[in-house]
Design a protein around this ligand. Structure first.
Ligand code: UDP
Length: 303
């Protein structure tokens, strides 16, 4: 999308989770964020105006078992990147943050001024980086936009790019996998204080999420001050609603069983996207759940 919208792009990835085939070979540099000097050289060589920083571990459950690995990768990696940006005099950063910074909020929808109180090391690692960003702005005038993602989902509508996590932990790809394999998915708890008892999340199409990054980048390059934004649609869907949407899209039954709650899961996380809409002019192109699931299904059935 950046290329389509006239930006020049270099991708840095250590390929620990990313897939080489998803970016043009001539744009990829295989580097680890911990390598501050190599990053600083690259930023100078490419004369970068800004960085979008997505590189992190993302599994809440794993972060509860291996906190050191999460803090090292997510916090120390970000610190190394910020250090490199200061060395290369790059002044703007868009950062992948998360709704997990809000922990278990009491009311909904969630706005950006809700208390920050992560309840797992994954969320806390993002809180720590948001705090680092505040200091780098104050001291080095490096401006940044943390984008607090709700549930990134769906796939590139053209069908070429989609979720490829190993192991997969996300609901929509797992539901679609259950349709294909016939092996039931486990619904993590149906005794939550929600209308059907299953957890409610705000599923945001990955292209709408991507567009928020481009708007944030342009905002910073045009002199905008550091600000955090939620990225969600403002509408929540329960786990059972996702299952029903997948049944409509695929025309097949989703085999599932109800299991215990997953540790650390808040009952409901729904964004207020008012600030993003009003301040950055963002409007989702694919807010409809069926479209999101349809695109994910197209990807699951790609040739
Ligand atoms: N979920 C579930 N079964 C699964 C995977 C997820 O019931 O196999 C539920 C999970 O408890 C949460 C929702 O689906 O309420 C979305 O989970 P996901 O891991 O996709 O995203 P998260 O909300 O953790 O970022």
């Amino acid at each position: 999308m950046l290329l389509q919208q006239g930006h020049d792009v270099t991708v840095v990835d250590n390929l620990s989770k990313g897939h080489r085939q998803n970016v043009p070979a001539e744009r990829l540099r295989v580097l680890d964020l911990a390598d501050t000097q190599a990053l600083a050289s690259l930023l100078r060589e490419k004369e970068c105006d800004a960085v979008i920083h997505f590189a992190a571990f993302i599994a809440v459950g794993e972060s509860m078992r291996e906190p050191a690995r999460y803090f090292r990768n997510n916090v120390c990696g970000s610190l190394s990147l910020l250090d490199a940006m200061v060395q290369a005099n790059v002044k703007h950063l868009v950062f992948s943050s998360t709704a997990a910074v809000y922990g278990n909020p009491h009311t909904s929808p969630i706005s950006e001024d809700f208390p920050i109180q992560a309840v797992n090391p994954y969320g806390e690692s993002k809180v720590m980086v948001e705090r680092l960003l505040g200091w780098f702005d104050q001291i080095h005038h490096l401006t940044s936009v943390p984008l607090r993602y709700f549930n990134a989902s769906g796939c590139d509508p053209a069908g070429g790019l989609g979720e490829e996590h190993e192991p997969e932990t996300h609901l929509i790809p797992l539901v679609l996998r259950a349709v294909k394999t016939g092996k039931p998915i486990t619904v993590f708890g149906n005794d939550y204080p929600t209308p059907d008892g299953t957890c409610i999340r705000d599923y945001i199409h990955v292209n709408d999420l991507a567009q928020a990054h481009i708007l944030a980048l342009e905002y910073l390059i045009n002199g905008g001050a550091s600000e955090s934004f939620n990225v969600g649609t403002g509408t929540g869907h329960s786990v059972l609603e996702i299952i029903r949407a997948a049944e409509e899209v695929t025309g097949k039954k989703v085999p599932y069983e109800v299991g215990p709650r997953r540790e650390g899961d808040p009952p409901s996380l729904v964004a207020s996207s008012k600030k993003l809409r009003e301040r950055l002019g963002w409007a989702p192109q694919y807010p409809d759940l069926r479209t999101i699931v349809q695109h994910a299904w197209n990807f699951a059935n790609r040739a």
